[in-house]
Design a protein around this ligand. Sequence first.
Ligand SMILES: C[S@@+](CC[C@H](N)C(=O)[O-])C[C@H]1O[C@@H](n2cnc3c(N)ncnc32)[C@H](O)[C@@H]1O
Length: 307
Amino acid sequence: MWTEHWMNGMWVFPFIMIIVMLFVVFMIFGRGGFRPPWSNNDNYYSNKPKETPLDVLKKRYANGEISKEEFDKIKNDIIMNAESCDINDKGNSCCSSKPEVKEVNLKEHWNKVFTNSPDEKLGWYETDLTPTLGLISTTGLNKNARVLNVGAGSTTLIDELLTKGYSNLIATDLSEVALKRLADRVGEVNVECITDDLTNPSNLKNIAPVDLWVDRAVLHFFTEKNEQDIYFDLLKNKVKSNGFVLLAEYNLNGATVCAGLPIHRYSKEMLIEKLGSDFELIDNFDHTYLMPSGAERPYIYALFQKK
Ligand SMILES: C[S@@+](CC[C@H](N)C(=O)[O-])C[C@H]1O[C@@H](n2cnc3c(N)ncnc32)[C@H](O)[C@@H]1O
C-alpha cells in the first residue's frame, strides 16, 4: 500500500530536478556573466574595471542629466571626499579619483579647493596648534625673527603667531585664493603674501633669507624626486645659518591621498637624509591630527637647525 503510494508520487521528482537545474543555470550565467550564486558583486570574475564615482558622474554629464555647474560641484565634492578615505585604503574606493586630479593644473585645483570650502571644513583645518607652537618656542627665536610659512594656505598659524607678537611673517602658496582669504582675515599689513610654486619658484628666489621655515602638510604633496630636489634646494638656500626648519608631514602610517592628490610619506630618517649634513635634528615626534570629520591623520613633526 505504502510502496504503491510512493510509486504514484515519483512523477514529481523529474520536474523538481528540472526546476533546480534551471535555477542553477540562471544564477551562474544569467546575471551578466559567470559568477557564483552567492556573489552580488557585478564585477565578480569580470575584467571590467569597477566604476569610480567620477565615472558615474561623467556618464550623467554626458547623458545630459546634470549641468556643467553641477558636474564641477559634484566633482569637487568627490575629490574632497577622498580626504576622508580610510588611512589604510591604498588607492581603492573613493581614493581612486587621484590620477584624474593629477592631470589637471595644480594651481587651479588648489584654488578650487579653497573656493569651494570654508576654512573649518578643510581636511587640514586646525584649532589646536600646540605641536607647531611648541617647536617654534623651542627655537628660542625672538619676535622679530623672519618666519616663512610655505604652502600656508589660509592657516590659522599666522593668526596665532600674530597674537603671540611675531611681527615679521611671510606666507607663500600656489593658491592666490587661499592667500587672499588669509590676508583678508589677519589684515594685509600683518603678513607678506607671496604667490609662488615651491616646485618651480620665481618670486621666492629673490626673498631675503629667513630665520624659520615652516611647512605643515605641503612637502608630502611632492611625489616626484625632481620636485623634492627643487623644494630642498630652495629651503637650503633661504634658511640662514643657525636658522630653523619645521616640517610636519604625513608619517609612514599616514594617508596615501589628501585633497584628491597622491602623497609621499616621511619618516624621521627620510627627512634627515633630505636635509643633509648641514642640518641638525633638534626634536621630533609623531602627532595624530583629527580632521574636522573626526578621521585620524598621523603626522611626523621635526625641527632642524642649520649649522
Ligand atoms: C594641505 S594644505 C596645508 C595648508 C597649511 N599649511 C595648513 O597647515 O593649514 C596644502 C597647501 O599647500 C599648497 N600647495 C600645494 N602645492 C604647492 C606648491 N607646489 N607650491 C606652493 N604651495 C603649494 C596648497 O595650495 C595648500 O594651501
